[in-house]
Design a protein around this ligand. Structure first.
Ligand code: F6R
Length: 244
């Protein structure tokens, strides 16, 4: 795995956006795997700037988001559908019919999760996947204990994730307890992966992901099995790494 230690959040966002832009320029019809949360916002800002300056277009691209809270409709300000439109989709030319964000309000998730997997396969698989990481080592919402062979599924959120994400909601009680998420195996099928992390509250997760054993206690550790992953970190997130 490649590890790039960046000066700060801005630098990380710039470098990761650079890799993203190269991929999209090389393959305008790329299938993009997108993450929500605070961490990728800087990358999305760079992508919007590059789109506005005419350097990139999303007109032929397709996107798949990693996850969504169960119980939140698309127009809920904390839904990931809403977030992605605010942070990226409303500002670029990605066609609406090729934007896929898992739905948080399905009746039959057994069927829906398979439908989501089928859409990814039909699009030809994900070319480039952006990931953040939870302070408990989750990628997407694959919480500790999730089998590494998991596909898109519904999961219970860990208390640590509920606590971490309470900052986006009026109160902790408002944070949904369940989410639909791509599985670890779904994510590992992406041809190229970049994981972004800043801040000392991610340092343990980053150490476990990069230097710990591969196992479901830190689902990000499964990335060790992927041939093309780059971690973009600031010094605080990288502070517990011991290997060169
Ligand atoms: C979001 C996602 C999560 C976040 C992670 C970090 O789509 O899949 O795994 O990437 O919880 O969130 P932030 O960036 O807010 O620290």
């Amino acid at each position: 795995m490649n590890v790039v230690i960046c000066d700060d959040y801005q630098h990380m966002s710039q470098l990761a956006a650079g890799e993203f832009i190269e991929c999209l320029q090389a393959k305008p019809s790329a299938v993009l795997g997108l993450a929500t949360g605070s961490t990728p916002i800087g990358v999305y800002t760079h992508l919007i700037d590059q789109f506005k300056s005419g350097s990139i277009s999303f007109a032929e691209a397709t996107s798949f988001n990693l996850d969504e809270y169960i119980g939140l409709y698309r127009d809920h300000p904390q839904s990931y559908y809403y977030f992605m439109h605010q942070q990226l989709f409303n500002h670029v030319d990605l066609p609406g019919q090729r934007i896929f964000v898992p739905s948080g309000v399905e009746n039959d998730y057994g069927q829906y999760c398979q439908w989501y997997e089928d859409r990814i396969a039909e699009a030809g698989g994900i070319d480039l996947q952006i990931l953040g990481i939870g302070s408990d080592g989750h990628i997407a919402f694959n919480e500790p204990g999730t089998v590494l062979g998991s596909r898109t599924h519904v999961t219970e959120l860990d208390q640590q994730t509920i606590d971490d994400n309470a900052r986006f909601f009026a109160s902790k009680a408002d944070v949904p307890r369940r989410a639909i998420t791509m599985g670890v195996a779904t994510i590992l099928e992406a041809r190229k992966i970049m994981l972004l992390a800043t801040g000392e509250n991610k340092a343990v997760a980053i150490r476990d992901a990069l230097e710990g054993p591969v196992g479901s206690e830190c689902t990000a550790s499964a990335l060790q099995q992927h041939p093309d992953v780059t971690f973009y970190l600031d010094a605080a997130a990288a502070s517990l790494l011991t290997k060169e």
